[in-house]
Design a binder for this molecule. Sequence first.
Ligand SMILES: N[C@@H](CCC(=O)N[C@@H](CS)C(=O)NCC(=O)O)C(=O)O
Length: 336
Amino acid sequence: MGMLVDGVWHDVWYDTKSTAGRFERSKAQFRNWVTADGAAGPTGKGGLKAEAGRYHLYVSLACPWAHRTLIFRKLKGLEDLISLSIVDPLMLENGWEFHDRDGATLDHLFGSDFLYQIYLKADPAYSGRVTVPVLWDKQTGTIVSNESADIIRMFNTAFNGLTGSDSDYCPADLRAEIDVLNDRIYDAVNNGVYKAGFATTQAAYEGAVTPLFAMLDELEERLSTGRYLFGERLTEADWRLFTTLVRFDPVYVGHFKCNIRRIADYPNLSAYVRDLYQTPGVAETVDIRHIKHHYYRSHKTINPTGIVPVGPALDLDRPHGREALSETELTTRRRA
Ligand SMILES: N[C@@H](CCC(=O)N[C@@H](CS)C(=O)NCC(=O)O)C(=O)O
């Protein structure tokens, strides 16, 4: 684990001393945007045209943020258009590394040893964390974006003209509500597990774990009446929640001490995770081995022995029964 300072790699762990033991995630710095016609995106930056073969995605199969982009690449039929490199699950003194083993790959573009070398190609004086995902533009030779929330929005629409895909995970009529729910889930759940796990004081840990479970309780209730977070409409908000929930019992319960309840203890949330997992194409994006090995072996301050727990037994292929909710919703709506 480390970061770049003025273009030089330093092997350092997160600094929580200046924040009373709290983990504070830094903001992604590359915020350009790919659009259908090359016009500027919502950040006002970018203006990179969607073209087949032009972009390359760097991900970790372990990382919940990168996982979002992999799911969208799959669901939106972008696999032949956007090439992919997968970092090794172990992230130690050099940060993310490339190795051709166990589902990880070499850096297919440059043959780099470390992901930080890609950041330096984009900005030789870069200061900040070196994170996945990274969307790279082969044409201009720089990083388009290292913010997963932006990348999935680009994937949702920018390439539709090339793929013929018309599925929309962020429909205009729901966008404002999706944004509000995303923010709440980000703070309490997606980033909440990290705030709990990386806390270095009791107060900081409890300050994260309590709202995390309050939010899971609320989502459990919400999912009792609708198949997805927005009823029968499967949206971006579901995929953003899914990548955290699928890691919860195997990793966050133990490694990050998020153990008031397991997802398995929530009937609706656990069936919902299976439902999303069983959506065609999605299971192929989930690599529980990379997930467990990354967290338990990379975070030596949390798990010094690097021992990876054998359990829990997961059965993500078990029937979920949530189709019935869609049917009930449809019948109710027809009657109304
Ligand atoms: N805001 C970023 C966060 C990405 C992120 O933090 N990725 C983690 C992996 S789960 C990472 O690469 N961490 C390396 C580090 O912080 O040094 C996004 O959503 O794209």
